[in-house]
Design a protein around this ligand. Structure first.
Ligand SMILES: Cc1ncc(COP(=O)(O)O)c(C=O)c1O
Length: 393
């Protein structure tokens, strides 16, 4: 690698993310619209759902308008009561916590462990008490978190639901098992930044068959319309709480087009991921760069590529100097536990929120590199050379 610093600005731009049709998405969307069947639960929804069920082994999957909506549906299914709490890592997206707050729960923020950047089982154990109804488990960047540790902590608490926030992690595996199949619920995102996209979209995966019937009612505006269409009741009516969670079949057609070519998408993302590891690996120690840690029993989902830089100041400088070389990089989650909303909705008084030092440290030093299906080997090498050059300076 030529790691001499090149600060010229006439190099072509390397975008952080890039979304293009990968297969027959346009034909499927056109067919859905031409058919006139664009409401939720249409034929493309059925086809996309079958693929998700086969890939994750989950008995039921409901396509939603976003991962946020899927988290909200899981919160409704938990029937949260006043005084209930949910443990959520501080290092995640806002709605991993907000979905439960909307149903009246308070949040206990847990720290992350420094390797996988998933929830720290030791901190979860400290926070666990009789008020806890669920633990939200985020597999950051598509790398499974410490599920052994979490299962050990929760082994005597079958009343505490595991919700896998699998926004990053579709197609990842832990000990050979698909991510999304390890808890009572799992949520997926098909937002345009994810591996499989449809603009905005998501899914709720149900692993407990006991949840399926009620989930369909809550999903479909509190009605038993699904049972009506299946011929189990002769008219449908209002049965329970709920909302309009369903994804339009026009978007499900887009999603199905992406899922059809999932193997090629994943293979290209894997090549980019491994390209970064290969290009940066030899310099990591010298320039103080920490590469992603992938435990032996984990198959990553290749969602994003992050590195940890020596400190906050270096991260700021790297973003600026890489931008000057037409390379787009970014930071990631801002800690939730000490945010305005986090303090407001925490289970603790606002000045008594538990400390999450690893979250704060990682949030200040983490840098995300360009990562998408169309990044070439040359792009990966140029980004890696530029980053090493910045860190050597
Ligand atoms: C871990 C995590 N959960 C949930 C979400 C929300 O996803 P969506 O935009 O599909 O609602 C995101 C968004 O990126 C996320 O990173």
């Amino acid at each position: 690698m030529n790691t001499a610093r090149d600060t010229s600005t006439d190099l072509p731009a390397i975008a952080f993310n890039q979304v293009r049709p990968e297969g027959d998405e346009l034909a499927h969307v056109s067919a859905a619209i031409t058919s006139g069947l664009t409401q939720s639960s249409g034929p493309y929804t059925a086809r996309a759902t079958e693929i998700l069920k086969a890939e994750t082994g989950c008995p039921e999957a409901l396509l939603t308008t976003s991962c946020t909506a899927a988290l909200e549906l899981s919160a409704l299914l938990l029937d949260l009561q006043p005084g209930d709490t949910v443990i959520v890592p501080s290092f995640t997206f806002v709605t991993s916590a907000l979905a439960y707050v909307r149903e009246g729960a308070k949040v206990k923020f847990c720290d992350i462990e420094p390797e996988t950047l998933g929830p720290d089982p030791k901190h979860v154990a400290e926070l666990l008490d009789d008020t806890v109804r669920a633990v939200v488990v985020v597999h950051y960047a598509g790398v499974a978190c410490d599920m052994d540790g979490l299962r050990e902590v929760l082994k005597d608490r079958p009343d505490v639901a595991i919700v896998e926030d699998t926004a990053h992690a579709l197609f990842g595996r832990w000990r050979g098992q698909p991510l999304g199949s390890l808890g009572r619920f799992a949520t997926l995102s098909f937002h345009q930044t994810k591996n499989i996209v449809c603009g905005e979209g998501g899914a709720l995966l149900l692993n407990d068959p006991e949840d399926v019937r009620r989930a369909w009612v809550l999903y479909d505006k509190g009605t038993d319309r699904k049972a009506f269409f299946q011929g189990f009741v002769d008219k449908y009516s209002w049965r329970d709480v709920g909302s309009s969670f369903g994804m339009s079949d026009a978007l499900a057609a887009y999603l199905y087009g992406q899922l059809e070519v999932r193997e090629s998408i994943q293979a290209r993302r894997r090549a980019v991921y491994e390209g970064y590891l290969e290009a940066l690996g030899p310099y990591a120690e010298e320039v103080g760069l920490r590469l992603p840690v992938i435990p032996e029993h984990v198959d990553p989902a290749y969602h994003l590529f992050h590195v940890l830089l020596p400190d906050h100041e270096t991260r700021g400088r790297a973003i600026k100097e890489l931008a000057a070389q037409n390379i787009s990089t970014t930071f990631h989650y801002v800690p939730l536990h000490n945010s305005e909303g986090g303090r407001q909705f925490s289970a603790y008084a606002s000045d008594d929120v538990p400390d999450c030092p690893v979250t704060i440290d990682v949030s200040e030093r983490l840098l995300r590199l360009p990562f998408h299906n169309h990044l070439t080997r040359t792009d990966v090498e140029r980004v890696s050379e530029a980053l090493v050059g910045v860190l050597r300076a």
